[in-house]
Design a protein around this ligand. Structure first.
Ligand code: C2E
Ligand code: MG
Ligand code: MG
Ligand code: MG
Length: 289
């Protein structure tokens, strides 16, 4: 990550760029919680959230296959607040649909500009499970895509693995509708949820994103064996594998050796502002493996 970090420190100015190390996590906030909720709601209504982008790299060619949109929030008082904190908060207080609408619209605007520049990468968007049940979810997404002359084929929707078992049948129905509409699906954070293997095989997904924590255990023999087993499982189910959290060359090489399809992580790029990922895409800077 060193190269782009230096780039963006120099050119964008450190004060308004979000570095991983700057992000405030849950523990640091303590009792401030309630005040933060109302500031989040203001931020969403004022359109004050930002979107950062992290490339997903084709393991064999080093090319950028897609770019994941990640919500960022810089609060006046607390600074950068982690999505691990404000996304669950937005879900809990019923703001997730509004938040997501903002993120999606910003990201689609950016995708339009990539298409105009002749770039072919897909956009990966995280959605919360509750959004699946929002009645107008699919039709609204398609409307926004139409407005920008984009299509569902341009989009990969990421859904986290954890499944409330009771809602499973209903979720599956909604996921199938998304696939019929032409969206691709990725199962995010794979390995951290509770889905039974019998369910995994029914999922109409195209991609399996292996949770960050697994790439971080590759220094142990056991960690390497677990990764290998996950990759075989995903393959057996006909899914393409993305490993998240690739932080160094050694990890990238190991995963290439296992036949992992796509890599994502700080080794290639941290999530960066639009202007930085634009350069990354235009200059074809993916070739670092
Ligand atoms: P995720 O979708 O699984 O995204 C991957 C997370 O891992 C991101 O955290 C990313 O910054 C981080 N990451 C990427 N590469 C590395 C690496 O090499 N090492 C390490 N240690 N971490 C890495 P982030 O941006 O803080 O997002 C956290 C989660 O918040 C996301 O996890 C996603 O579930 C959720 N999220 C973010 N934006 C949105 C959104 O617009 N809508 C919804 N529903 N959820 C979102
Ligand atoms: Mg994701
Ligand atoms: Mg993930
Ligand atoms: Mg996650």
């Amino acid at each position: 990550a060193a190269d782009h970090t230096m780039y963006h420190a120099k050119h964008a100015g450190r004060n308004n760029v979000c570095f991983y190390s700057d992000i405030v996590h849950l523990k640091a906030l303590g009792r401030e919680h309630v005040a933060i909720q109302s500031r989040l709601s203001d931020a969403i209504r004022n359109g004050a959230l930002q979107v950062y982008y992290q490339p997903v790299i084709h393991a064999r060619s080093g090319e950028v296959m897609a770019v994941e949109a990640l919500a960022r929030w810089q609060d006046d008082q607390s600074g950068w607040i982690s999505p691990e904190l404000f996304i669950p908060m937005a879900e809990k207080v019923g703001l997730i649909q509004e938040l997501s609408e903002l993120v999606i619209r910003i990201a689609l605007e950016r995708l339009r500009s990539w298409r105009d520049a002749g770039l072919k990468q897909r956009l990966m968007i995280n959605i919360s499970r509750s959004q699946l049940f929002y009645p107008r979810f699919i039709s609204q997404l398609i409307e926004w895509l139409d407005e920008k002359r984009l299509s569902p084929q341009d989009i990969i929707l990421e859904i986290t693995e954890s499944v409330a078992l009771t809602d499973y049948a209903r979720q599956l129905k909604h996921l199938k509708h998304l696939v019929m509409a032409g969206f691709q699906l990725a199962i995010d954070d794979f390995g951290t949820g509770y889905s039974a293997l019998s369910q995994l095989h029914e999922m109409p997904a195209n991609l399996l994103k292996v949770d960050v924590s697994f790439a971080q255990r590759l220094h142990t023999e056991e960690g390497r064996r677990v990764m290998q087993a996950i990759v075989q499982l995903g393959r057996g189910l006909g899914l393409q594998i993305v490993v998240e959290g690739v932080e160094n060359l050694e990890t990238a090489r190991f995963l290439q050796g296992l036949g992992v399809d796509y890599l994502q992580g700080f080794h290639f790029s941290e999530p960066v502002p639009a202007g930085v990922v634009d350069l990354y895409l235009r200059l074809g800077l993916g070739n670092r493996t």
